[in-house]
Design a protein around this ligand. Structure first.
Ligand code: SAH
Ligand code: SF4
Length: 345
């Protein structure tokens, strides 16, 4: 027979509010149920195997999963805590956790290190949620302090839609971490049909589109999947996406020196976004050994941004948070894989 429903609430509470590591610690559960849970389930599906702190306070984690594969997550400190002169806390620190949704990725973007190792497998909902839970525990972020979540680590979230949706709902549950979908952002390379599907699921999440180029020819070179889902189809899907009235769709534009950093591109971008409540986020390309692409000059970035702002398009430049710990996704994992190969040979 199934245990009564309220037990689920108690278990949620132990895991997400009290951060327990074993079922044994769940004192208000009957011993028999604790044993049964212990035999059939595990609380921590992964462990932190590496941690790198950057000078700006962001921390990059490498998680090892039960089958030995590894994924990365990043904890970004968005705002420091503020205290008054008596030492009383005025505002809590604000955090964003950037999580992975797959081991590797099928999309194969030419600028992305994650893509180089190909696709290995989808993460389960538990492994997606686990990244946030473990990072909160490790940093002693109080259980009731909510963090923002961005699905912008390794992998293409919409290629793992079922587990992604499950994770979004688990994180949002009020007996758990209570991270409202409004504070969860799904970043996609633009699988148009899945954007529409995600919208139809009415989860209430925020959307970020990795656009990176304004012509299909160039976008195809950067993101091969653009052949199947071209720019027009993505814009069409975005227009159908239910956006919270107070929010905007974020368009990420990875700026690569002499590839897409010209004002003609900025001009086309303004045209493309006409009629959409959008916000553009310019990202510096983060180079890694073996790539031919280069990081753009700060001056070029600012000119690109100014052009958009002048035309009334909201635009920010993503601070190079964590640059000194090689923040672009896939770089910590790459180091770990290389180290393993060296040990083998
Ligand atoms: N697959 C999803 C989410 C994960 S990739 C997507 O593509 O949106 C998250 C972001 O990392 C993307 O916007 C991508 O452009 C960026 N990225 C990948 N390689 C990068 C690099 N070398 N430098 C800077 N950003 C990079
Ligand atoms: Fe996959 Fe995103 Fe990397 Fe492209 S940028 S290969 S979609 S993880």
């Amino acid at each position: 027979m199934f245990p009564p429903k309220f037990r689920a609430k108690q278990i949620y509470n132990w895991i997400y509010q009290h951060h327990v590591d074993s079922f044994e610690e769940m004192e208000n559960l009957p011993k028999k149920l604790r044993n049964e849970l212990d035999r059939n389930f595990s609380i921590a599906p992964m462990k932190i195997v590496e941690r790198q702190e950057s000078s700006d306070g962001s921390v990059k984690y490498l998680f090892q999963l039960h089958d030995g594969h590894t994924v990365e997550s990043v904890l970004l400190k968005m705002k420091e805590a503020v205290y008054d002169e008596k030492g009383e806390l005025l505002h809590h620190a604000k955090f964003t956790v950037c999580v992975s949704t797959q081991v590797g990725c099928k999309v194969g973007c030419s600028f992305c290190l994650t893509a180089k190792g190909g696709f290995i497998r989808n993460l389960t909902a538990a492994e997606i949620v686990g990244q946030i839970l473990e990072i909160k525990k490790e940093n002693e972020i109080a259980s009731n302090r909510r963090v923002n979540v961005v699905y912008m680590g390794m992998g293409e979230p919409l290629d793992n839609l079922e587990n992604l949706a499950k994770a979004i709902r688990i994180l949002a549950n009020e007996n758990g971490l209570s991270i409202s979908p409004k504070r969860q952002t799904v970043s996609t390379s633009g699988i148009s049909s899945k954007i529409v599907k995600l919208g139809e699921m009415e989860l209430g999440v925020q959307l970020a589109i990795s656009l990176h180029a304004v012509d299909d020819d160039l976008r195809e070179k950067l993101i091969p999947m653009n052949k199947a889902y071209n720019i027009a189809s993505i814009i069409d899907a975005v227009k159908r996406f239910p956006v919270n009235t107070r929010k905007r769709v974020m368009f990420e534009y990875l700026v690569i020196k002499n590839v897409n950093d010209d004002i003609a591109s900025a001009k086309k971008l303004v045209k493309l976004l006409n009629g959409i409540k959008a916000k553009v986020n310019l990202i510096y390309f983060n180079p890694y050994p073996g790539t031919d692409f280069e990081r753009p000059d700060p001056d070029t970035m600012k000119k690109f941004q100014s052009y958009l702002l002048d035309k009334g398009v909201l635009c920010t430049i993503r601070e190079s948070k964590g640059l000194d710990i090689s923040a672009a996704c896939g770089q910590l994992r790459e180091k770990e894989l290389k180290a393993k190969e060296e040990v083998k040979s």
